[in-house]
Design a protein around this ligand. Structure first.
Ligand SMILES: Cc1cc2nc3c(=O)[nH]c(=O)nc-3n(C[C@H](O)[C@H](O)[C@H](O)COP(=O)(O)OP(=O)(O)OC[C@H]3O[C@@H](n4cnc5c(N)ncnc54)[C@H](O)[C@@H]3O)c2cc1C
Ligand code: SF4
Length: 550
């Protein structure tokens, strides 16, 4: 059968379609049903199950859960480890300086917070949502936005069973149209449909460019003598140089589990830098290496996070829907927390959708949601830290973080001497030509504490149907060679945490190889390619990582 002979797509009608079963999407669905049980709500999730694509730290501020499900403590919310020790260090290559807690702005304190697997929290939220009557479809990627009279009218899930060359394989199934009065996009950082809508409706006009980081994470089962349940430890400095932003986290929780992670700000300049290798090096520091001694690495993954904050949040609404959670950029960078704002923004949007539906409205702009958010706890949370990231980017780690800390202190007291600083260039424009940069030589992995990419990706349980069109679209192959390779030295081979991109020599010429089946859906290539020449589109639903508890 070819495309011209295809039957029309089946369509289903709902009041609200939610794209993405992360904390934002599930909170929106739950809140809609709490407010109005008769509202029909469907959630589509590209992971094979809820939580399969969720990767976070995670230390959560319970403000969101408290408001959404006030009795979550008695309801098996998978939130068991309260923070009991909170430490912040500046690392040198062999030493570490602990910053006393009293020096840190109060908003940085983690007391009252909990260490969790965010994937497990999402599984709990999904159960609550289904009990309220929400329909959740995991394994279905929302691949296309539906428009009607200029407004968003829902989404279509991707076709299943298309071969690499575009032919329809046996078992081909057409995507389905999920039509709705309002569509909420909860795709997380750098959502693909969100990107389309931000561009189409010029939602980022008059805003600062969105900024991003890449976060890499390993989950370790450590020996009981190395475990300190409730300890939250952050570092900045080594192995990153002063001009590259980022840092580490180490969270001890559950049954001898340690979540170890490393974030690199994606406005780094040296194309030879590899966030993956920096993370591996970090684990060899004497402050932390002992934690892993005799332990076992049980999971690995990576995900981009938004860092632009207050001044980069786009206009949230368009005719027929809204952005929520990290699709809108509600992450608080210095706190490394976004899940509380994801839940709060999902709830807030749901309240404005419910009011619109009860007034008989559909497919229009939820202007009141856009007008409200800056004066809610989400706005309050982001406003106080709005200069931390621009200062870090402009002045480097030593001076920028100190001044950022000072500005957060003054903001806590209700004022700032700096106003609201701009971010400068978008992250794709910050790489310098390879010829102007120093190559970085990383040590070889030892297989015990440090690892290579392929054995790491194995632990993400990533799986894609191999015979399907490549979901990493290089718009102009010759530009990739003349610029990404010849000028920038092929940074995709280093920033991709899953070894998807390689430049291989063939007959004396470089050839770009894309191992798309290894992709862990972090979205870094879509953000960092220096020419914005790589477009990440949705692969078949159910493909990608299968994180058990990240
Ligand atoms: C390394 C790292 C550490 C972090 N640490 C913390 C922390 O300690 N505390 C904290 O509070 N926050 C932390 N965050 C941030 C936090 O994880 C995010 O703020 C939060 O997950 C955002 O929730 P969300 O629902 O907006 O998006 P996500 O959690 O990203 O969920 C989006 C969901 O939508 C699905 N999806 C996306 N596109 C589609 C589509 N087109 N069709 C179908 N499904 C789709 C995805 O598969 C995913 O399940 C961290 C983030 C990272 C990367
Ligand atoms: S291909 Fe892109 S989205 Fe996939 S893992 Fe690599 S950088 Fe991340």
């Amino acid at each position: 059968m070819n495309a011209t002979e295809l039957p029309a797509r089946e369509a289903m009608e709902f009041d609200v379609v939610v794209v993405g079963a992360g904390p934002a999407g599930l909170a929106a669905a739950i809140r809609l049903k709490q407010l109005s049980p008769d509202t029909s709500v469907v959630v589509v999730e590209k992971g094979s199950e809820v939580g399969a694509h969720i990767l976070s730290g995670a230390v959560i501020d319970p403000i969101g859960l408290d408001r959404l499900i006030p009795d979550w403590r008695g309801e098996g919310a998978q939130v068991h480890t309260p923070v009991n020790d909170d430490r912040f260090y500046v690392l040198g290559s062999s030493g570490a300086l602990r910053l006393p807690n009293f020096m840190l702005p109060p908003l940085m304190s983690n007391h009252g917070n909990f260490i969790v697997s965010l994937g497990d929290v999402c599984r709990f939220l999904a159960k609550k949502a289904e009990a309220l009557g929400v329909e959740i479809y995991p394994g279905f990627a929302a691949a296309e936005v539906l428009f009607e009279n200029g407004a968003v009218a829902g989404v279509a899930t991707g076709d299943m069973g298309i071969g690499k060359d575009g032919h329809h394989k046996t078992g081909f199934a057409c995507g389905m149209e999920l039509r709705a009065k309002y569509t909420l996009l909860a795709e997380g950082a750098r959502g693909s449909l969100s990107k389309v809508l931000i561009e189409r409706f010029a939602l980022a006009q008059d805003r600062q460019p969105q900024k991003y980081g890449i976060g890499l994470k390993e989950l370790w089962q450590v020996k009981p003598e190395n475990f300190r349940g409730g300890l939250v430890q952050h570092t900045m400095g080594w192995p990153l140089g002063n001009s590259t932003g980022g840092g580490s986290f180490l969270y001890h929780f559950g049954d001898n589990l340690v979540a170890a992670g490393f974030v690199v700000h994606l406005n780094y300049a040296n194309p030879y830098l590899s966030p993956f290798e920096e993370f591996q090096r970090f684990k060899t520091h004497p402050l932390v290496s002992g934690v892993f001694s005799g332990g076992k690495r049980i999971c690995y993954g990576a995900r981009a996070l938004t860092e632009g904050g207050w001044q980069s949040v786009p206009k949230l609404v368009f005719p027929g829907g809204a952005l929520i959670g990290c699709a809108a950029g509600f992450m608080n960078v210095p706190r490394i927390k976004g899940s509380h704002n994801a839940i709060l923004s999902g709830m807030l949007a749901a309240e404005h959708v419910a009011a619109a539906l009860s007034a008989g409205r559909a497919h229009d702009e939820l202007a009141s949601y856009e007008a409200a958010w800056r004066s809610t706890p989400i706005g309050h949370d982001l406003y106080r830290v709005r200069n931390a990231k621009p200062l870090w980017s402009k002045l480097g780690t030593a001076v920028g973080v100190a001044l950022g800390g000072f500005d957060m202190w003054t903001n806590t007291m209700g004022f700032s001497l700096l106003g609201t600083l701009p971010h400068g260039k978008p992250d794709y424009a910050t790489l310098r030509p390879a010829a102007a940069c120093r190559p970085i030589v990383y040590p070889k992995p030892d297989g015990k504490l440090t690892f290579d990419r392929l054995s790491s990706v194995y632990l993400s349980n990533t799986n894609h149907e191999e015979d399907q069109p490549v979901h990493l679209i290089v718009r102009d192959a010759s530009l990739q060679k003349s610029s990404e390779h010849d000028v920038y030295g092929g940074p995709s081979a280093r920033y991709c945490p899953a070894g998807v991109y390689e430049w291989v020599e063939e007959g004396g010429k470089p050839r770009y190889v894309i191992n798309a089946q290894n992709c862990v859906h972090c979205k870094t290539c879509d953000i960092k390619d220096p020419n914005q020449n790589i477009n990440w589109v949705l692969p078949e639903g159910g493909g990608g990582p299968n994180y058990p508890n990240m």
